[in-house]
Design a binder for this molecule. Sequence first.
Ligand code: NAD
Length: 260
Amino acid sequence: MLSGKTALVTGSTSGIGKAIATRFAQDGANVVLNGFGDKDEIQAFREELAAECGVKVGYSGADLTDAAAIQDMMDYVGTDFSGADVLVNNAGVQHVAPIEEFPVAKWDLIIGLNLTSSFHTIRLAMPGMKEKGWGRIIQTASAHALVASPFKVAYVAAKHGIAGLTKTVALEGAEHGVRCNAICPGYVHTPLVDAQIADTAKARGITEEEVIRDVILAAQPTKEFVTAEQVAAMASFLCSPAAAQINGALMQMDGGWVAQ
Ligand code: NAD
């Protein structure tokens, strides 16, 4: 489906981003990975994906809190891959604490990574997409782009910001063949959530088992985690011809969380 196209997926060395990168490679796209992690493991994943799917797999270790590093990553995608046809802004971190104790450095990190980095990647990818008359921009947002939870002030603010960014870019790209949408998953069991379970247990003074049962899955009426593969399937669908008129949408995948 995406043969000859390139998908840049930020934060794709782990969790949801890794599943999305895998899915796009299976769909036939060349893929550029980004994110932190063990160099050998990342190299092994590149080789495995390239061999299994018969596509080219690149990697940028850019720290997306650094605008100059983002510029370098986009230059690499431009020169080695003829630019990003599909851009998935997925990299993100979380921190859980009451606002009066919320570390200022964590606020700056979360706004910088979860929100501002998407502004930079989009502003740099947009000219190429407009020139080609086709582009798909997908944000891994969150149910927290639509509703809040206590102790997640920076994350909720960043994800609500992503909702606004998504809608604005959708309007600007509309007549140029560019679509911009956000996927809003509920809880997906990834390393990010593992860390959050521990932090929430500390913040609320309860056990990790109680956090999963009474805090995390309490929010999801299905009482089931969303899987990374389900999010990846939605990203793939958003790049398909059937989704050509989906633009500026916040696609909920949360077992009914925000329906409450
Ligand atoms: P994860 O921790 O498994 O993966 C995060 C990725 O981001 C990793 O590849 C990591 O290396 C990368 N990363 C972290 N800091 C970076 C930086 N400064 N520069 C570049 N890359 C960086 O997390 P995940 O759960 O897969 O989350 C991915 C996205 O999905 C995030 O935006 C998150 O907010 C969102 N999300 C997650 C859930 C969930 O329940 N897991 C739910 C809704 C939305």
